[in-house]
Design a protein around this ligand. Structure first.
Ligand SMILES: NC(=O)C1=CN([C@@H]2O[C@H](COP(=O)(O)OP(=O)(O)OC[C@H]3O[C@@H](n4cnc5c(N)ncnc54)[C@H](OP(=O)(O)O)[C@@H]3O)[C@@H](O)[C@H]2O)C=CC1
Ligand SMILES: O=C(CO)COP(=O)(O)O
Length: 338
């Protein structure tokens, strides 16, 4: 049995904590909300984030980071990108006090605006500056709602330390979740982060009543953008044909469970971003990552017209119809280019 601290008691954190307890591990779930903590400990539910579902009763919730992490072999990050830096700094203090150095797993999908860094890069910088192999990312098509129902799911776990990726594979695999290992940490993380921006665009098309051809074109050209950015970061192109690439793009661009897709659909229907984010009650990572991708495009000159159009719609009051028109009348070009 492994002791695992799960950081983030939202939808994905709760479901992963429950899955790991199903697998026989000792799991402590850390969150910053005392009501959620008490609800999990007394009723084994987390109704704000997961309706009609109960956690494995062996999951213990706490709002005390040191208590959560004490004695842990593994720490799993499942908090939004915008909180990763601050929580990893808090964790670093706690790890020093406890004199432990657990394996760190990142389930968060995003790129940090400003630093333009992937989650594993932030965690390496804050926790293990001399050993990026201590970080493993898990990513792939995995809506919490499906995993909660023990629906069949396959994802990827990636690390520059292959043995650590295998350890994580062993911890998470069971009869409803299957993990494949990868040594392309960058590719796996870029796929998981940037598909969220493309999913907002996919939702917009539905909100605007465009048809199947438009959706297929968007996903295909979206994948080209994900790959272009990934390859510029040093990813292996074939990673994007895997679960963390095309797999996650498909699920997020086509599912009503996707928060990013739902945010896009509401934008397409004419709703305001501020209202959408407020009413969602859950994180819409594509909105944060759109900023980071915009900064990367500006700095590196990477051609990502879909992501740039989403940035304009979200942050520069861009008009959706004008953006679509502009995209369709761009300079004619060849399909496959890096
Ligand atoms: N949901 C899903 O199906 C999947 C999500 N992911 C990724 O997992 C990450 C989390 O997503 P998800 O669980 O959906 O998000 P949710 O919005 O459901 O939950 C986020 C949780 O993080 C907590 N949180 C925010 N800031 C802090 C902080 N400073 N300290 C401690 N806890 C904090 C929130 O607490 P509070 O309630 O107080 O706001 C909330 O409990 C995202 O990067 C997402 O892309 C990946 C795969 C699947
Ligand atoms: O990453 C996810 C599924 O793999 C979750 O996507 P959403 O954040 O769009 O719900």
């Amino acid at each position: 049995m492994t002791k695992i601290a799960v950081l983030g008691s939202g939808s994905w954190g709760s479901v992963l904590a429950s899955l790991l307890a199903d697998n026989g591990h000792e799991v402590v779930l850390y969150g910053n909300n005392e009501q959620v903590r008490d609800e999990i400990n007394s009723q084994h539910t987390n109704l704000h984030y997961m309706k009609n579902w109960q956690l494995n009763p062996n999951v213990k919730a706490t709002t005390d980071l040191k208590e959560a992490v004490s004695g842990s072999d593994v720490v799993l990050f499942v908090i939004p990108t915008k909180a990763i830096r601050v929580v990893s700094k808090q964790l670093q203090v706690v790890l020093n006090e406890l004199e432990i150095s657990p394996l760190v797993v990142a389930a968060t999908k995003g790129i940090e605006p400003g630093s333009k860094k992937l989650i594993s890069e932030i965690l390496t910088e804050e926790l293990y500056p001399n050993d990026e192999g201590k970080i493993v990312a898990i990513s792939g098509p995995s809506h919490a709602e499906n995993v909660a129902q023990k629906d069949l799911t396959a994802i990827t776990c990636a690390s520059t330390n292959y043995e650590n990726a295998q350890k994580v594979q062993e911890l998470f695999c069971n009869d409803y979740l299957r993990l494949y290992t990868s040594n392309d940490l960058i590719g796996v993380e870029v796929g998981g982060a940037v598909k969220n921006v493309i999913a907002i665009a996919a939702g917009i098309l539905v909100g605007k009543n465009y048809g199947d051809n438009a959706k297929a074109a968007l996903m295909t050209r979206g994948l080209a953008e994900v790959m272009r950015l990934g390859v510029s970061f040093g990813a292996q192109p074939w990673t994007f044909s895997g679960l963390s690439g095309i797999g996650d793009l498909i699920v997020t661009c086509t599912s009503v469970n996707s928060r990013n897709w739902r945010a896009g659909k509401a934008l397409g229907e004419g709703k305001a971003l501020s209202d959408i984010l407020e009413n969602m009650g859950q994180v819409v990572e594509g909105a944060t990552t759109a900023k980071a991708v915009h900064e990367i495009c500006q700095k590196e000159g990477i051609d990502m017209p879909i992501c740039e159009a989403i940035y304009k719609v979200l942050y520069e009051n861009g008009d959706i119809d004008t953006e679509i028109k502009e995209m369709m009348s761009r300079e004619k070009t060849t399909e496959i280019r890096w």
